[in-house]
Design a protein around this ligand. Structure first.
Ligand SMILES: [Zn+2]
Length: 262
């Protein structure tokens, strides 16, 4: 069910953020979505995905000792954009697709959470699932950062949005980056090297092939922003069969980084 779980308290220790990275085990989907596929758009059966989500949400809620009765898990229609939405605003404006236990908040690739006991998730299979947590203001964000998102600096835009609405400072921030495809596996073509331009230090060349290092790009972006408290889970979704990998498997499921403020 979960590959990693954690709780980061806020500065007053009165609350914090609970988060969990799911793996592909413990769900109900059949191959090639076996078994804990949490995404509707993959071609998997809707009713089975709903069951997987409800099952994951139950397990996730138990990570908080206060045991809250959150009924819904919010998620985005992720489109590889740099659009950052506020859950508070989008809950009621979204396309309001309410499957069993899940609320779609519309198209976005970053979602800011500001209310406690309202869980949300970001779905991935090779892209980086990222949690931002502002320990001072008890505000969080979930980010979907694949190549397009990282190149478009979605993390910087998310911090700007949090600063604008909640006065978040980089020094307030804790960042968690879950499993994603790493430079061991992420082969790219000439076109991507050209798009990177002068930032060629993020391409590793092995036997005449090019491999992109999104982890180093993200670290540089965080440090440039002044975020020093970050952790990258040392797991590659493509190497590690505990996770779904779009690059490795093509038609497959999605795993999630789930987060909830308490
Ligand atoms: Zn790898």
């Amino acid at each position: 069910m979960f590959a990693y779980t954690d709780f980061i308290p806020n500065v007053t220790k009165s609350g914090g953020v609970v988060f969990a990275l799911t793996n592909r085990y413990g769900g109900y989907s059949q191959p090639p979505y076996d078994s804990l596929n949490l995404a509707f758009h993959t071609g998997d059966e809707i009713a089975v995905v709903e069951r997987n989500i409800a099952h994951s949400l139950e397990a996730f809620k138990k990570l908080d000792l206060r045991y809250v009765n959150a009924q819904n898990l919010a998620y985005m229609t992720q489109i590889h954009s740099t659009h950052c939405a506020l859950l508070e605003e989008n809950l009621y404006e979204g396309e309001a697709r309410q499957n069993n236990g899940a609320i779609n908040v519309g198209e976005a690739d970053a979602l800011v959470l500001s209310r406690t006991h309202m869980p949300a998730m970001v779905l991935v299979a090779d892209c980086n699932p990222i949690l931002f947590f502002d320990k001072t203001h008890n505000v969080a964000a979930l980010i979907h950062a694949g190549r397009k998102g990282v190149f478009g600096e979605i993390c910087s835009l998310t911090l700007a949005r949090m600063s604008e609405h909640y006065d978040t400072q980089a020094s307030d921030m804790y960042v968690f980056v879950g499993a994603g495809i790493r430079k061991c596996c992420y082969e790219v073509g000439d076109d991507v090297c050209v798009e990177l331009g002068y930032r060629e230090q993020y391409i590793e060349i092995r036997e005449g092939r090019y491999f992109l290092d999104l982890e180093s790009m993200l670290k540089a972006e965080f440090e440039n922003l002044g975020i020093m408290d970050y952790y990258f889970l040392p797991r590659c979704s493509s190497c590690d069969r505990e996770f779904f990998s779009y690059r490795r498997d093509g038609v497959t499921g999605r795993f999630a980084l789930m987060a909830m403020l308490v």
